[in-house]
Every structure is written in structure tokens, then in C-alpha cells.
Design a protein around this ligand. Structure first.
Ligand code: SF4
Length: 454
């Protein structure tokens, strides 16, 4: 296992919902494939007349419901997640026979939506979410590329090599090593994360803050949009948005007592409902779990008087937890179930709350540990393959649990805490390995089969 080199902006990515592994990863794959194709020899390109894409694993099982086909098509058409407007996606894939002209350099190929093929769920590729892109002349394959959407919108491909990036100033693989740096160098957690980010990405402190502020703005916008938008979410379930009602009730209760909890629920569900609508969110750490951290961030800012610096620092503490989970287990529902998505989001959110409220490192770690511990074993079983049931309410539960984990950790003697974060992350990885594939974003088990779709 190598030391952590993930950037803040790989973890917190802006892009369309509803599932980072099913939308952001595939959109990037479509974009990358076209870039590769255009580099091919002109004589070869002149022969090509078909582009075909095969989706495997959970991309095949639930890609239809997650909008994977339109994500792939938008990538092929040259769109990228950070800048792609939801209207572009909303306008794609209504008719599988629709033709999209794809410019491959010397010519254009007519591509049809149904040339994205939902292939085998079980397969031998190295990652569950595999995509095979082919440029063909009739049946003859001229060029082929295998891409893997490994969760959180991260993309790998066959032959992928770790890119040349800067070395982090403080090298660590797990929480125990991270803690040693904090003590040995008498540095605070957010400063360590900031210095590592500058070393890895080459960005300046100001550039990092600028990008972080943009992340915060998109998170807030998702909540604001979500608590104001009524109606029914896309897809056959016919699920009504609930965030505006919860918010109105929280407001009526002056955000006090039950009103405080209703507000957390409203904010988490608001951002999640925006995600389910395919609108712009921030992966935190994934799109499916994109409601937890924005809800807590909104609470901190709007109801607890947190300052911009405190929010930025809290977000960096949250990122530290996400890095550890990603490096030592997984943040993909297809790899370890929902414990890796909403569970990790909840742990990150709990750490953010503690850190932004001024608690030092031990309380921050304990908050994250408690939140993750009580998500262990959580399966991923979206009904109909749509990131709606249980995902939207699950984000609300994850945010409330995060808040509660922070309350417990900040109320009791930190030194009495028995379980450290490394142990619970290890338990999550092992539980994920033992979990049946039915419960890993395939919609073949759990709620996905016990709830009848309308
Ligand atoms: S159940 Fe959890 S992991 Fe699965 S799609 Fe929903 S939010 Fe993501």
C-alpha cells in the first residue's frame, strides 16, 4: 500500500448526479476515448464506421436507472463533468435510435444511443464498473480501450499508470502515521492537508482556497435549490421531492428542538434530490452521498455562525478522513456497499463538524470513527437502479448520525475512546469483501427486490 497522494479536488469533484461512478466516470471515459481516437492514424480513422460501448458490472445492472448512457454520450460529444450544464444531459437519450454525429478527425461517425450496450453483470475484468469502448469497421475492431470507473468519479484504464505528481510533504498511509506527523511537527490537521495539497498539485495557497470556496458554493447551491424545488423526480418510481416540506416545517419550528433535526434532514435531502435530478453536485465523497456534507456545512454556516475559514478548515479535516477511507478500503458502493458512500460521507461530515467547531484532533478522529462504525455493513440496493430509494433518505440519516457522532465525541473524555479510525476502516474493507455482490450496487438484492416499483 502506498502513501496518500489524492488531491482535495479529486475527492470533491463538481459534476452531474446521480451517481459519480455511473455518471462522472463514464462521462470522462467518453471524453477520453474520443481524445484517444483523434490521435489515431488518419488511414485507420478513414476506415472506421462504428463506435460501440459495452458496460459491465454494476454499470450494466443499474446504469439504465443512473443515466449512464446519456453520461457516456455527453462525454463522446465533448462535454466534461465540471462544465456540463444539466440541460445538455436532460436533452439526451430520450430515443435510443437517436443519431449523434461524432467528429473523429478526418470524418464523422453516426453514433446511436443503443450502441451503448448494457453487457454482463458478472465478468472477469479487474474492476466491477468496467467500460469497453471500440472503434470498428463493421465487426472488425480497429481500436479498443478498457476504462474502469472506480468510484467517486475516479477513472482508470487498462495500462493506467500513477501520474507524475508532486510528492506530499507529509507522507502517511493511515491515521496512525498521520497522527505521528501532527505530533512530531506540531502542525494542525488542516495545515498538513494544505501543505500536502500544494506539494502534490503545485497550486498556491490562494488557488486552493479559491477552489475550495467554489466547492462550498456548489454545495450550498445544491441545498438551496433542493429546499426550494417541489415536484416529482425523474424515473419510473414517481418519487416526490420532500426537502421543501421538511424545510418549511423546520422554519416554522424556528430551527429549534425537532426543527433543528428537521433542518439537517431537509438540507441533506435537498442536495440529494438535486443529485437524483441529475443536477450539479459535489462528490463528497461520491454523488450518491452528496447530501451529507452540504447539509452539515449549511448548518454550520446558517445556524451555528461558522466563519469561512472554519468551514474551509473543516472541509480539509473531512477530506483527510475521505483519503484514509479511499486508500485503505473503498468509497465505491459497487466495491464495498453503501458503508463506503454514505458511511464515509457521515464520517467525513462528523470530522468536519468537530474540526470546524474548534475541537482538536482526537475529538475529530473520534467523531469520524463513531459515524463510520455505525454504518458498517450497510448495503447498496437502490430500487430500480435509481439513486432515490434508499439513497435520498439515507443521506439524511447519514447527516443526522454525523451530527450525533460529533455530539458524542465532543461530550465525553476523548482518551476513553476505545476504537481508532484505522480499525473501523479495516473492518469496512473486510465487510465489503465478504458482502455478496447482490448488495453492491447491482440492484439484485435487499430493498431493490423487496420494494415493487410503480
Ligand atoms: S444505496 Fe448508497 S451506495 Fe448505493 S447508490 Fe444509494 S447512496 Fe450510493
Amino acid at each position: 500500500m502506498s502513501f496518500i497522494t489524492t488531491s482535495l479536488f479529486e475527492l470533491f469533484k463538481i459534476g452531474p448526479g446521480p451517481s459519480s461512478s455511473h455518471t462522472i466516470g463514464p462521462m470522462k471515459a467518453g471524453y477520453c476515448f474520443m481524445e484517444e481516437v483523434r490521435k489515431l492514424d488518419t488511414a485507420l480513422l478513414e476506415q472506421a464506421d462504428i463506435i460501440e460501448i459495452h458496460l459491465f458490472g454494476s454499470l450494466s445492472a443499474t446504469g439504465e436507472g443512473h443515466g449512464t448512457r446519456r453520461a457516456v454520450i455527453s462525454g463522446l460529444l465533448g462535454h466534461q463533468p465540471e462544465t456540463c450544464h444539466p440541460d445538455v444531459l436532460d436533452g439526451l437519450d430520450h430515443d435510443p435510435e437517436q443519431v449523434y454525429p461524432l467528429d473523429i478527425g478526418p470524418k464523422s461517425i453516426d453514433f446511436k444511443g443503443n450502441e451503448v450496450v448494457f453487457d454482463a453483470v458478472e465478468h472477469d475484468y479487474p474492476y466491477s464498473n468496467t467500460m469497453v469502448f471500440r472503434l470498428q469497421k463493421g465487426e472488425k475492431i480497429l481500436f479498443e480501450q478498457e476504462y474502469y470507473s472506480i468510484g467517486g468519479g475516479f477513472l482508470r484504464w487498462k495500462g493506467w499508470e500513477e501520474p507524475q505528481i508532486g510528492e506530499p510533504k507529509y507522507k502517511y498511509k493511515n491515521m496512525a502515521e498521520l497522527k505521528k506527523h501532527l505530533v512530531m511537527h506540531e502542525i494542525r490537521l488542516h495545515d498538513l492537508i494544505l501543505e500536502n495539497e500544494m506539494a502534490i498539485t503545485g497550486l498556491s495557497e490562494n488557488e486552493i482556497y479559491e477552489r475550495l470556496d467554489n466547492i462550498i458554493m456548489v454545495m450550498e447551491r445544491a441545498v438551496e435549490q433542493g429546499i426550494q424545488t417541489e415536484g416529482i423526480l425523474p424515473g419510473p418510481i414517481g418519487l416526490h421531492r420532500k426537502a421543501p416540506t421538511l424545510y418549511a416545517k423546520a422554519k416554522r419550528g424556528h430551527f429549534q428542538g425537532p426543527g433543528f433535526l428537521k433542518a439537517i434532514n431537509a438540507y441533506a435531502m435537498g442536495a440529494s434530490e438535486e443529485n437524483a435530478a441529475g443536477h450539479c453536485i459535489v462528490t463528497a465523497p461520491t454523488a450518491g452521498a452528496a447530501g451529507v456534507i452540504p447539509a452539515l456545512l449549511f448548518m454550520l454556516k446558517r445556524h451555528m455562525g461558522a466563519l469561512t475559514d472554519e468551514i474551509r478548515q473543516g472541509l480539509m479535516a473531512a477530506a483527510a478522513i475521505g483519503f484514509l477511507a479511499k486508500n485503505n478500503a473503498s468509497i465505491s458502493g459497487a466495491e464495498v456497499g453503501c458503508q463506503g458512500e454514505v458511511g464515509v460521507a457521515s464520517a467525513m461530515g462528523a470530522a468536519m463538524m468537530a474540526y470546524a467547531r474548534g475541537y482538536r484532533f482526537q475529538v475529530t478522529e473520534n467523531s469520524a470513527e463513531i459515524a463510520l462504525e455505525h454504518h458498517l455493513g450497510l448495503t447498496c440496493d437502490p430500487v430500480g437502479g435509481y439513486v432515490q430509494i434508499p439513497c435520498i433518505e439515507r443521506n439524511a440519516m447519514g447527516a443526522v448520525k454525523a451530527y450525533n457522532a460529533y455530539l458524542i465525541a465532543s461530550s465525553v473524555e476523548a482518551a476513553y475512546h476505545m476504537v481508532d479510525l484505522d480499525k473501523v476502516i479495516k473492518a469496512m474493507a473486510e465487510t465489503g469483501r465478504d458482502m455478496s455482490r447482490k448488495y453492491k450496487e447491482t440492484s439484485l438484492g435487499g430493498l431493490a427486490v423487496s420494494v415493487i416499483e410503480c
